[in-house]
Design a protein around this ligand. Structure first.
Ligand code: RIB
Ligand code: CA
Length: 295
């Protein structure tokens, strides 16, 4: 399965990327970065550092420096000043490629046979919105888009009803929702069920590989940076897992729109006009097993 990963690493993005790079059934054709959890310079540098740790040479293309029209939401309190919770990743071994993210996404989709590339979106949808706007013919060639974002019945993590990836750039999300792509959304309703506890950290530590140690350290940093509690949700890792094992998720079709107001509901997903698939249930322990098994 060939995938392009669009990401704002980001502690949980890093876990998702290390999993995707490690799993034998996934070929990561390229990584595009977007500003979100932290600025574009840091998300791009972090993508390169994650590749250095994994010993993989995958092209990295920097994308949007901010949302299409708004200021965006600050998340550094969770991901730390370096965006990776201070976890010791190597320095980048390669430079980011010259062409920008959207040019790379459209060139790759045009060059590769139609319907052979999945896009896995782990951050705000700014790059994807630019792709469907500037290169609709290329966008139509993707096999599918799988994105972490939104909250259906769950409370939000940015305001009462909004989830960060959508709330950071609601206009971009509405453009992507309206593009009639083969699109599966994984909201907080599912990702909050996939939780790493301290026993899981110990399990990861016993694996003994550098990537497993890095994931353990990333989750430990996640505990330190937030209200702790008994476990932490693994939001972005659900995206590559759904690509590989959709049968682990209960998927429903819904007609949704994105709230693009200036109120505290900005970024909330609401009953609306655009039909898309939404993951609403998950075999969480199976997802955790697949993650640790690949590392
Ligand atoms: O709401 C969770 C999402 O916001 C994840 O993608 C996480 O990386 C943060 O960006
Ligand atoms: Ca993310």
């Amino acid at each position: 399965m060939r995938v392009l990963i669009d990401t704002d690493p980001g502690i949980d993005d890093a876990i998702a990327i290390l999993f995707a790079l490690a799993h034998p059934e996934l070929e990561v054709v390229g990584i595009t970065t977007v500003a979100g959890n932290i600025g574009i310079g840091t998300t791009t540098r972090n993508a390169l550092r994650i590749l250095a740790l994994a010993g993989k040479n995958v092209p990295v293309h920097a994308g949007a420096k901010g949302p299409l029209t708004r200021e965006g939401v600050d998340e550094t309190r969770i991901h730390g000043a370096d965006g990776l919770g201070g976890v010791a990743f190597p320095e980048p071994r390669i430079e980011p490629s010259g062409t920008d993210a959207v040019a790379f996404l459209s060139e790759t989709l045009m060059e590769r046979p139609e319907g052979t590339i999945d896009i896995l979106a782990l951050g705000p949808l700014t790059n994807i919105a630019e792709l469907v706007t500037r290169a609709p013919e290329a966008a139509r060639r993707m096999r599918r888009l799988i994105a972490m974002g939104g909250a259906v019945h769950e409370r939000g993590n940015v305001g009462p009803r909004s989830e960060f990836n959508i709330a950071h750039d609601p206009e971009a999300a509405e453009i992507v929702f309206a593009a009639s792509l083969p699109f599966t959304l994984i909201p907080l309703d599912v990702t909050r069920k996939v939780r790493a506890d301290h026993a899981y950290l110990a399990r990861l530590a016993d694996i003994g590989t550098p990537r497993a140690h890095a994931v353990r350290d990333l989750i430990a940093a996640y505990f330190d940076a937030t209200t702790g509690g008994e476990s932490r949700p693994l939001h972005d890792p659900c995206v590559p897992v759904l690509a590989l094992r959709p049968e682990l998720f209960r998927i429903e079709s819904m007609k949704l729109s994105v709230n693009c107001s200036a109120s505290e509901l900005a970024g909330a997903i609401e009953p609306g006009k655009h039909m898309l698939d939404v993951a609403m249930g998950v075999e969480a322990s199976e997802v955790l097993d697949l993650l640790s098994g690949a590392l």
